[in-house]
Write a protein that binds this ligand. Structure first.
Ligand code: 3H9
Length: 684
């Protein structure tokens, strides 16, 4: 292996260059190389200053996460940062791309930092269940100020170079060629003494208001609910304001080790790689190249069609959106425009960006206008006959090689594809609502979908900043299929004696953003209802018959006040009890444990069935779907990782305990039984 660190001289400046693709992670060889280079710079009288820079797409993007959990290799990152900081000659960090985590800590160890304007700086460790553990929580507040450090460490969101410059984290912004500018800067500061040492600075922490920490906790309570790492980050930054640096780093290390040894960090780090693995298509031949997508057509300007359009417009891809009537078309285009205005008001887009995006939108009533699109996404009413009709028409006008996609959330993509003469070009692109916000995209591979079509979809997903997962054709694909057994059991539990608020509370305490009944009320209890109030075969039919359709009607499983605050509904309770009596369901006290076993364990079982049927490429893909599509708490890794951490035999035992009550809706996955019996796991 070639040495990832090289050095060269420019006058009396030593340029230390890292080349460790893809992201210049601080692996052992990089750490050693940095220490050696600093030692060499100090020993060489001809060297008066040092520049640390990176080749490739980015400055150091952090510690090498693949080394976590393995025996530590010297020198540790904190030692490297200390070594840089104690260098007797000025060291300048030259930042491009992303200086993240340990990468930012390296930059903080340097005496000066210069950056290009589009660089980003951040401490994303919290997203891995950690905190910046190489002195970052102690140096960052000393350099960038306490409020900024608190925000960066506890949320993990990076800041842009300009913001970093404004708060003092970056000393100079440079346009153009970074390294020559950094060298020039190093020459300017070569004789400056004493050197600015981050760990010794007091000016930015001296006047920190202790009340700020509680205010910050309060302001972010919802966002941090259930997570361990944000609180540890807050505590570590607070320590920086209370204790000398040397004591602060000891406390930081303690907190870091506590987090690292916990299940949340394991789950979040597992998920980091799960997300990246999801983009990979198993068995795809290397020769396959994606198709070019320069123009997208969307059929249907409703909520989904509009949301989907925004993704492409924001990525600079022109969109032709087609509707049947002028009114619907105007409404759809209006909603898109309003959405952009709202985003601009929140500062997410500039007025020019909004104008540019809207300029790429062509609303039309002319179906023929889709003829020159490279990808057409159908987002019409969820009905097989309607979809087949649309695809039949599309087949006649779409250009050869165009990718034809359906946004169906349940229907058989193969059947839809069969209504065209080119099933190889057809696949499902299941966006989640609101489609411009939700990160998940299920890419549904039909029996005949061509490999290059699948690859096109996966590549495009990245371009529009979605996390895509490949799913096979089955009812509900991955996400909704797993949702179904949960909803079925949740409903049955109501008849048996649980209340909607009890079931929802158990789910929220588990870490879900909301429980099954809160979700039903939000989405609309009437979704998929047969619309015949006289036909009452289920509890849901009973609610729908009296227009308890959820939040939009002010009544669903809960009653809602004018501010949409829910309260338990005596009407619903009455309906539940009557329904239970009619169906001869014996009512009893339901424990929280039973709710977990009846609603969450069957999800794992369904996930296992999806795997054994080959409907998901890997168990971690199922986790990605549930974290990004349904808010499964990432600190539990997703249903399959969670099942592994609970123990598959425990899941099987729980399901066996409940099996009789769940009949006839339940059957075991053989894969789950086999893995449990062998003591295996779904994920690593
Ligand atoms: C830390 O620093 C702890 C310290 O405070 C204390 C220690 C004592 N390590 O995301 P991409 C791989 S914790 C190893 O698709 P992009 C990634 O798996 C670290 N591998 O690219 C993928 O591999 P593959 C704090 C890493 O351009 C490939 O690189 N830092 C690491 O969309 C490309 O990744 C972070 O949390 C890593 N650190 O985005 C930053 N990072 O091709 C994490 C990436 O085999 N990284 N890989 O699938 C990121 O946020 C993004 O990767 C980045 C690039 C924005 C840099």
């Amino acid at each position: 292996m070639t040495d990832p660190i090289s050095t060269r001289k420019h006058g009396d400046v030593l340029i230390v260059l890292s080349n460790n693709p893809p992201v210049n992670a601080l692996s052992a060889a990089v750490r050693q190389g940095l220490v050696d280079a600093i030692d060499a710079a100090e020993a060489d009288e001809a060297v008066k200053a040092v520049v640390i820079a990176c080749e490739g797409q980015t400055f150091f993007a952090g510690a090498d996460i693949t080394e976590f959990g393995k025996p530590p290799v010297m020198p540790w990152l904190p030692m490297v940062v200390d070594r840089i900081e104690t260098c007797a000659k000025p060291v300048v960090a030259a930042i491009h791309g992303t200086a993240l985590g340990g990468g930012l800590e390296i930059a903080l160890g340097c005496h000066y930092r210069v950056a290009v304007p589009d660089a980003k700086l951040g401490t994303p460790e919290v997203k891995l269940g950690l905190l910046p553990g190489a002195g970052g929580t102690q140096r960052l507040p000393r350099v960038a100020g306490v409020p900024k450090a608190l925000q960066m460490c506890a949320t993990g969101s990076p800041i842009g170079a300009k913001e970093a410059f404004d708060c003092g984290l970056v000393d100079r912004l440079v346009e153009g060629d970074l390294v020559p500018h950094a060298v020039a800067y190093a020459e300017e500061v070569r004789d400056t003494r004493p050197l600015p040492v981050s760990s010794e600075r007091q000016d930015r922490i001296a006047a920190a208001d202790p009340a700020m920490f509680d205010e910050f906790r309060k302001a972010n309570g919802r966002k941090f609910r259930g997570f361990d790492a944000p609180e540890a980050n807050i505590r570590a930054v607070k320590i920086a304001t209370e204790k000398p640096f040397v004591e602060g780093v000891i406390e930081e290390r303690k907190l870091f080790m506590e987090l690292m040894g916990g299940g949340q960090a394991r789950a979040q780090q597992y998920f980091f790689f799960a997300e990246r693995k999801a983009a990979k298509i198993e068995g795809l031949a290397e020769v396959v190249v994606p198709r070019d997508i320069r123009k997208v057509g969307i059929i249907g300007a409703g909520t989904m069609g509009g949301g989907i359009s925004i993704n492409f417009l924001s990525a600079g891809i022109p969109v032709t959106i087609v509707e049947m009537g002028q009114e619907a078309l105007d409404r759809g285009a209006g909603v898109i425009a309003k959405n952009y205005q709202a985003s601009a008001a929140k500062g997410r887009f500039t007025a020019e960006q909004v104008e540019k995006a809207m300029g790429l939108l062509s609303p039309t009533l002319d179906f023929q206008a889709l003829a020159d699109c490279d990808l057409v996404i159908e987002a019409v009413y969820e009905n097989m006959d309607v979809k087949k009709e649309v695809f039949g028409r599309l087949d006649k006008i779409a250009k050869p090689g165009a990718v034809l996609a359906s946004n169906t959330s349940y229907l058989n993509v193969d059947e839809i594809a069969a209504s065209t003469s080119r099933p190889q070009d057809v696949l499902g692109l299941h966006f989640f609502s609101p489609a411009n916000v939700m990160k998940l995209l299920e890419v549904v591979r039909g029996a005949q979908t061509a490999p290059d079509v699948l690859l096109t979809a996966m590549r495009l997903a990245k371009k529009i900043r979605k996390v895509a997962v490949v799913a096979g054709v089955c009812h509900g694909f991955i996400g909704n299929r797993i949702l179904m057994p949960r909803q079925v059991e949740a409903m049955k539990l109501l008849l048996e004696g649980a209340t909607p608020s009890q079931v929802d509370r158990v789910h929220v305490e588990f870490g879900m953003p909301m429980g099954p009944f809160q979700m039903a009320d939000l989405a609309g209890v009437d979704i998929g209802w047969h619309r015949d109030p006289s036909r009452i075969e289920s509890l849901r039919d009973a609610l729908c018959a009296i227009e308890r359709w959820g939040q939009k009607k002010g009544a669903g499983f809960y009653d809602y006040d004018e501010k949409r605050r829910p309260s338990p509904s005596p009407v619903v309770q009455d309906i539940i009890e009557k329904f239970a009596a009619e169906k001869n369901v014996e009512r009893r006290e339901i424990s929280d444990d039973e709710i977990v076993e009846r609603t969450l364990y069957p999800m794992v079982n369904e996930g296992a069935k999806i795997l054994e049927e080959g409907m998901a490429q890997r168990a971690s893909d199922i986790d990605v779907v549930w974290v990004y599509g349904y808010g499964w708490p990432v600190y539990r890794g997703g249903p399959m990782h969670w099942a592994d951490s609970v123990g598959l035999q425990t899941i099987v035992d729980g399901l066996k305990r409940q099996q009789e009550r769940m009949q006839p809706d339940f059957s075991f996955s053989q894969l789950l039984l086999d893995k449990a019996a062998k003591g295996e796991k779904f994920t690593r």
